[in-house]
Write a new protein. Structure first.
Length: 232
């Protein structure tokens, strides 16, 4: 009986802790998500698990604030300590007026910049930033290579739900519940698009199968939250 009572108390305490964390805006995972293999990429209170590109420490311009991961100043992109191959990544993002950022994935540290190897899920204020005038560089695009099927971004100041699925050569970008981009690395269409872009002169672009993930620092205040990932 005592064992059952202790178990009940522990379960209640765990549920209370999760509820309090959610109410305070801190990232959490449900038991089902944990069982499915999801992991938090950001604990909501520190930059643990993150570093700079070709740096051991996180750039000074990024801050953890009440469950949000915010770019407030310069210092460079914020990159994961871990590397990922096939994965399903989900996150929320909120941009400021004229803002620009991105989630760059499958990064190697062999080149001058993360985007020399990794494709970019574009984060953008479509309504005001010049890149929003061209679908191929708008929010949710595979920047400068694959345009979204439609503009699913929300107005400045509202949270958007992003998702990236990468499995083998197949990649998908999702924005607010809609699959907006889908491409196959190495396909004839992909090669044609890459060659027509600025990446055509950067041979390593898109060739990394397992690499880091980075949040781009691009002179804008941008916020991320509820970043989680599941290896596939």
């Amino acid at each position: 009986m005592r064992t059952l009572l202790i178990a009940a108390v522990l379960m209640a305490s765990s549920a209370f802790a999760m509820r309090m964390a959610a109410e305070q805006g801190m990232p959490t995972l449900t038991d089902a998500e944990k069982a499915a293999g999801w992991k938090l990429m950001f604990d909501g209170k520190s930059l643990a698990g993150w570093r700079g590109y070709k740096e051991e420490k996180a750039p000074g311009g990024w801050r953890a604030f009440n469950g949000d991961l915010v770019r407030l100043g310069g210092g460079g992109d914020l990159m994961t300590v871990e590397q990922y191959g096939d994965f399903d990544m989900r996150f929320e993002w909120k941009i400021t007026e004229y803002g620009n950022s991105g989630v760059i994935y499958h990064i190697a540290t062999t080149e001058p910049y993360p985007w020399h190897t990794g494709p970019e899920y574009q984060i953008l204020d479509n309504a005001h930033h010049p890149d929003g005038q061209n679908a191929i560089t708008s929010a949710g695009s595979n920047y400068a290579v694959n345009e979204p099927v439609k503009d699913m971004s929300k107005p400045v100041g509202q949270w958007n739900e992003g998702r990236i699925i990468a499995k083998g050569n197949h990649v998908e970008h999702w924005l607010n519940g809609v699959k907006v981009v889908e491409y196959e690395v190495g396909s004839a269409d992909w090669q044609k698009r890459v060659q027509a872009s600025k990446f055509g002169k950067i041979p390593p672009y898109g060739t990394v199968k397992r690499g880091y993930i980075a949040l781009q620092e691009h002179e804008s205040v941008v916020s991320y939250r509820n970043l989680k990932i599941k290896p596939l």
